[in-house]
Ligand binder design. Structure first.
Ligand SMILES: [Zn+2]
Length: 339
């Protein structure tokens, strides 16, 4: 038994429903986050009071809880005390207890669906008197991935990411109830999931598979414990059509047959922005042009951009263009295959 709801509300098992209500109202007023403050320990205390009231104010749930509580007390006292206590117990109490043992032990677990409070009967015997469940516990760490381009990795960038996080319900402030009714926003759980937006700064020169840690942006801590951390693994993707070789960037550039023959000046995108590239007359397909200093900059070194020229025939040639190629064929007597 990890929680004593009677102790939480400072009442006894024999308190009437009016006494339960009265105790709950007094404590709810005292520990209301609007009055007592929004510290994690106050919110946890307030949630505990509500949880205790939810169970003890409901006849069926109270009966189940009482049965579990009696069993726990029985298990804790042990069979050796049974003979001593039997003097003070009426026969009906003992019979009730025995019937309960047979009925519930087979169930193996006690579970209250609404508060999600459960435990295994077998675990009861292992349970010690320490308040283990009250110990502040760090929330779980969350891991996610962020994809960036080579250029972003070199120059540094910032990325907006959205992470789903569990947080205290903003409508009921973790109280589970609004105006006496179950909070509809969180369905009475006191918690809600929201997408939290982060603007993550990625430093220049970051390596592939590097991790960025966002402290305390992971899962919520338990019982006032610290939140977990959020770890982002950086994945560097080569942009489409580009390859890297050490500090050099490799790129194939298509040109038309007449640009290759007559020469041209074309604009190509580089790490330093668009650069005018001169194609000399009679440039061959496969010819390489080096753009000095347009590669990757790292540790005070800078690579080049190496452009490979590829002659490409335009897809939709007009009739006029075809006839001009025919004319070219008639007047041309070159054999490009001769050795
Ligand atoms: Zn709520």
């Amino acid at each position: 038994m990890t929680k004593d709801y009677y102790k939480i509300l400072d009442i006894t098992e024999f308190s009437t429903i009016d006494e339960i209500k009265c105790a709950y109202r007094a404590l709810a007023r005292k520990y209301h986050p609007d009055i007592a403050g929004n510290s994690p320990s106050i919110i946890a205390k307030f949630k505990e009071i509500n949880e205790a009231y939810e169970v003890l104010s409901n006849k069926t749930r109270k009966a189940d809880y009482d049965a579990a509580r009696r069993f726990y007390s029985y298990a804790q006292n042990g069979a050796s005390k049974k003979t001593n206590t039997s003097n003070t117990c009426t026969d009906s109490n003992i019979n009730q207890k025995n019937n309960f043992d047979k009925k519930n032990y087979n169930k193996k677990t006690f579970h209250d669906k609404k508060t999600n409070f459960s435990f295994n009967w077998e675990e009861l015997f292992k349970f010690s008197h320490t308040n283990e469940n009250r110990t502040p516990k760090k929330g779980e760490d969350i891991y996610s991935d962020v994809e960036i381009s080579v250029f972003e990795a070199i120059n540094g960038t910032s990325k907006v990411i959205n992470m789903l996080q569990t947080t205290i319900c903003p409508k009921c402030n973790g109280r589970k109830f609004v105006n006496g009714g179950k909070c509809e926003n969180c369905n009475g759980s006191g918690e809600t999931s929201i997408y939290k937006r982060f603007n993550v700064k990625i430093p220049a020169g970051i390596k592939d598979k590097s991790k960025i840690r966002l402290a305390e942006e992971g899962e919520k801590g338990i019982n006032g414990g610290k939140n977990g951390d959020l770890y982002l693994t950086i994945h560097i993707k080569e942009p489409k059509g580009y390859k890297t070789e050490g500090l050099n960037i490799l790129k194939t550039i298509p040109v038309t047959p007449f640009e290759a023959v007559l020469g041209a000046e074309i604009k190509i995108p580089t790490i330093k922005g668009n650069v005018a590239l001169k194609i000399a007359p009679k440039t061959r397909s496969g010819q390489k042009i080096r753009l000095s200093g347009c590669g990757i900059e790292q540790n005070n070194k800078i690579g080049d951009m190496i452009v490979t020229i590829e002659i490409q025939i335009p897809k939709d040639l007009s009739t006029e263009e075809i006839s001009l190629y025919k004319k070219l064929q008639e007047i041309s007597n070159h054999n490009v295959r001769e050795i």
